[in-house]
Write a protein that binds this ligand. Structure first.
Ligand code: SF4
Length: 374
């Protein structure tokens, strides 16, 4: 969903600012794109995820219109998980009713922080009380609730990040995604820095803050199961898990990405054109198309799979990538195992990032993806 009511200054996602999103035109665009893709993607989808942009910017009736189209076109899909992203300032009883009417069982709420100083710095429209109220309502209504936290905003103290993590715990949500504030070059933030209205965040401090929240969540019943994700028992995000275990994904809408694997693990990735108007003019036109085969596909899948901190199931992985054997995996991982970043567990059946080494995941990736070096 490519619409946002206001632009957050750190964001370079593909969105248009529109207080009154053109729901009819957007849903017609989705229908036109689906007509192009339908033949190649027949069948039911295990999960559905509506993200953005800001899906809740469509309002209760706009969401109902989108969900009605989804239910009509994909009647058997979303049985495993059906998630919609919401911003706190849009959540009302009418929005909740629209979600319930169409069987949405999981919501992901863009809280980002419970600290009003942070919310102002990040350009978010809600304030902490609204975040508390909305999470309480969604939990009480029986949704599986996930929320996002941005840590390492400029000037955030240790006590503030811990307070945010404790507010998440107190809210009763089952899942939380944690991200360090990342300033994209093409976002509005650098211009604000030039005008001395913002500063750039400090990456060392962000590392400390990430470890602070990690400590709080792990000590209070949340499993750190993916680099950026924590869940209570039974609440791991199934849709995201499919990304890390190399399942096919169809993305619809501007900038949406799709991915497909063949029987031997070769992967083809496509991305839709960026920009709502460009997409609407030619839904179904891809802006990029990438294929990886053989070793390159394996290395990348392993790196992505290792985001899942409970580990990569090696026999499943070798079944999917039938062109390689265990000796190949052992060879490309040897150096990272020697320095303690990776480890074999479950009698060698699972390969995982070692505890406390999760913040080195990008570094591990650089090594695994370096075809010439191992
Ligand atoms: S962070 Fe979310 S709400 Fe803010 S501009 Fe980006 S997509 Fe829109």
């Amino acid at each position: 969903v490519p619409f946002c009511v206001r632009a957050c200054p750190y964001c370079d996602f593909d969105f248009v600012v529109n207080r009154h999103p053109p729901v009819d035109a957007y849903v017609k665009g989705l229908a036109a794109e689906w007509r192009v893709r339908e033949r190649a993607w027949a069948g039911d989808f295990a999960t559905i995820y509506i993200g953005g942009g800001t899906p809740s910017a469509l309002g209760a009736s706009g969401l109902a219109q989108l969900l009605a189209w989804i239910r009509e076109v994909f009647p058997g899909s979303g049985a495993t998980e059906f998630t919609v992203e919401l911003n706190p300032e849009h959540v009302s009883r009418d929005v909740v009713r629209s979600l319930q009417d169409f069987g949405v069982g999981r919501v992901s709420v863009g809280v980002q922080s419970f600290n009003d100083r942070a919310l102002v710095q990040l350009g978010r429209r809600h304030r902490h009380q609204q975040a508390h109220d909305v999470l309480a309502m969604l939990v009480a209504d029986g949704f599986q609730v996930s929320t996002d936290l941005i840590v390492g905003w400029v000037g955030q103290k240790q006590s503030e990040v811990i307070a945010d993590a404790r507010a998440v715990l107190a809210s009763g949500v089952q899942h939380v995604s944690v991200y360090a504030l990342t300033i994209e070059e093409t976002s509005h933030w650098p211009a604000l820095v030039a005008r001395k209205q913002r500063e750039m965040p400090d990456s060392d401090e962000q590392g400390e803050r990430l470890r602070d929240v990690n400590e709080v969540f792990e000590a209070n019943g949340f499993v750190h199961y993916e680099i950026a994700s924590y869940a209570r028992a039974g609440a791991i995000a199934q849709h995201n898990r499919f990304y890390w275990t190399c399942r096919d994904v169809l993305g619809l809408g501007p900038s949406a990405h799709s991915v497909r694997y063949d029987d031997r693990g070769a992967v083809r990735r496509t991305a839709n054109v960026r920009g709502y108007e460009s997409w609407l003019a030619q839904p179904g036109i891809e802006a990029s198309d990438e294929e990886l085969h053989g070793e390159a596909a394996v290395r990348e899948a392993l790196w992505v799979g290792l985001r899942y901190l409970l580990g990569v199931d090696v026999s499943t992985f070798l079944q999917q990538f039938s062109g390689i054997d265990r000796a190949f995996l052992e060879r490309i991982c040897r150096r990272q195992i020697e320095i303690g970043n990776l480890e074999w567990i479950d009698e060698g059946n699972t390969l995982r990032v070692a505890p406390e080494r999760w913040y080195w995941h990008d570094r591990i990736g650089r090594d695994l993806l370096d075809v010439g070096s191992n």
